[in-house]
Design a protein around this ligand. Structure first.
Ligand code: FAD
Length: 515
């Protein structure tokens, strides 16, 4: 269908702004990935009625629809050749706040929500490094996490309810407890009044649930495929809203979300430790984990912006040591004695392995340290030199931390074998190392090289029962690897789920399931 016709049609059925100029098309054609896809139409939607009308239109004209937050996705998740719905201009508010939860619109930027919650002594723990830009809608769709996932969990763990617009324009609120209503722990006999949610439930017999639990990665973070391991909990409660976390807009459009929130911890201490090389740093990860830190992060020398990081630079000669690696450990809680004790015991233990560079409980210093860690990916991107770039496909794998040392040895060996430079940073405490090989994308062997490297690395991840993506998602790049990760039975369930929610494949096609 001609683009002008879609723009004109959208103007007649929705209240939001339709952006038809070339600049807007260019801006919305890219995100933080390497891809570029020009949308047929862009609309800054006003409310769920707008979205419902647009979906009805798209459904009847077989046009695809994709939501977009800030476009910070790293795998092309928000890119589309169809209609792009932008929530950031109008649907960006906090709607309801109570002591233990908050309800927000999808276009709210995480840092703005953080600021509002902080005024009330609360917080929503998932904290992507991109939180100054990224939106809650994007975080749900990717199941984002960040530095404090170790102590608190990921977006999926905090999502308590959702309002969704489906591909046919119908709106569903999934806020109440499905289980209190029926007062039944018997998952098999569960009935829900809504067809889609009822059909979803029927996919999960006891046998299938057992199979899922045996097949799903044994890790604390996972954004690969659909999170069917989370929709029926251990006590048999049905939590259908969880299916939308990590679904990358392929099942419906989020228009409201309810999150559990927590009290801000009263005390926080951060310790920075330098090691000669990455293996020496990884070796102590299991030791540090015994002290229950709220964060345990890693940064290698190639991306460390040392000058900007340390409040107290001390005597550490890290800057000149090209193979050095830094770990950041944070302890928090409401009991000062306990926080200080864990910090002291951990520090005493680590003295033998690395150099303690800084220990601080001061807010300004801590924020400075964390902001250095948060700029890691920006610094990685700056390593681009012409066509020689840090490539993202294997950048977000996760294994159980008990295998992290062995897995890192393997990665170093692979890089050596392929004669590649590389960077490492990330969430060592979760076993989620962000790593990128630096490859000349203009070379003839580039495509073959990246495929072969990815096959090697992902095969190792499967061996360790890990996941090929912990938090960044599948997007355009990793969708083709999902079936191999889970195998045919689970992948078949994913296809059935896609069909239940989006039978004509107009919701962000090409992501999660390739038809
Ligand atoms: C520098 C940098 C650092 C990063 N650090 C982290 C990190 O520490 N941890 C982490 O987990 N990720 C990180 N990311 C990845 C990314 O920022 C997150 O995945 C983020 O949550 C995406 O949010 P967004 O608003 O930009 O979403 P977008 O990129 O705009 O979209 C992402 C997905 O969300 C969908 N979507 C958006 N709104 C809706 C809606 N209302 N309904 C349905 N679907 C919707 C889109 O269709 C798309 O599939 C980083 C990215 C960058 C560039």
């Amino acid at each position: 269908m001609p683009q002008l016709k879609i723009d004109a049609d959208l103007r007649s059925i929705a209240k939001g702004n339709v952006l038809s100029d070339e600049w807007s098309k260019k801006i919305y054609s890219v995100d933080a990935s390497e891809y570029c896809l020009f949308p047929a139409s862009i609309i800054q939607v006003k409310d769920n009625e707008d979205i419902s009308n647009i979906c009805k239109y798209a459904y009847s004209h077989n046009v695809s629809v994709t939501g977009r937050g800030a476009g910070t996705g790293l795998l092309g998740q928000s890119l589309t050749a169809g209609v792009c719905l932008d929530f950031t201009k109008y649907m960006n508010k906090m709607i309801e706040f109570e002591n233990d939860y908050v309800i927000v619109e999808p276009g709210i930027v995480k840092a703005i929500l953080d600021k509002e919650l902080k005024k009330k002594g609360k917080f929503l723990p998932p904290d992507p490094a991109s939180s100054n830009f990224c939106t809650i809608g994007g975080m749900i769709a990717n199941n984002s996490s960040g530095i404090h996932a170790l102590g608190y969990g990921n977006t999926i763990d905090f999502l308590d309810g959702i309002e969704i617009v489906y591909s046919n324009g119908s709106i569903e609120s999934l806020f109440e407890s499905y289980n209190n209503k029926h007062n039944s722990k018997d998952t098999i006999n569960h009935v829900h009044s809504t067809n889609k949610i009822n059909h979803l439930f029927k996919l999960f017999s006891q046998d299938i649930l057992q199979y899922i639990s045996s097949k799903f990665p044994k890790v604390t973070k996972n954004s690969c495929g659909y999170r069917i391991d989370s929709i029926i909990d251990n006590s048999g409660r049905y939590l259908p809203h969880k299916i939308f976390t990590s679904s990358e807009c392929t099942l419906g459009i989020t228009t409201l979300a309810k999150f559990k929130i927590l009290d801000l911890p009263l005390y926080r201490s951060v310790m920075v430790i330098g090691f000669e090389n990455i293996l020496k740093a990884i070796k102590v990860v299991p030791i540090i984990l015994t002290f229950s830190p709220s964060a345990l992060e890693l940064l290698d020398s190639s991306i460390l912006n040392y000058e900007n990081m340390l409040y107290n630079k001390g005597s550490y000669k890290f800057n000149s040591n090209k193979s050095g690696t830094i770990l950041f450990v944070e302890f928090d809680g409401d009991n000062l004695v306990n926080v200080e004790l864990r910090l002291r015991l951990c520090r005493e233990k680590l003295c033998a392995y690395g150099e303690i560079i800084e220990v601080t409980s001061d807010k300004v210093s801590s924020e400075k340290i964390w902001s250095a860690r948060k700029s890691a990916l920006n610094n990685v991107m700056k390593l681009t030199l012409g066509s020689r770039k840090p490539i993202s496909l294997i950048e977000d794998t996760v294994v159980n931390p008990e295998f992290l040392y062995e897995y890192t040895l393997f990665l170093l060996d692979v890089y050596k074998q392929y004669k590649l430079d590389y960077v490492f940073y990330g969430h060592a405490g979760n076993g989620n190392l962000h790593t990128r090989p630096i490859i000349d994308t203009a070379s003839n062997s580039y495509k073959h090289l990246i495929k072969s490297l990815t096959d090697d690395v992902f095969s190792k991840v499967y061996e360790f029962s890990g996941s090929i993506t912990a938090e960044h998602g599948d997007g355009i790049s990793r969708t083709k690897y999902i079936s191999k990760m889970y195998g045919p039975i689970i992948f078949d369930l994913f296809k059935k789920i896609k069909f239940i929610f989006d039978p004509t494949n107009i919701m962000n096609p090409g992501k999660k399931i390739i038809q």
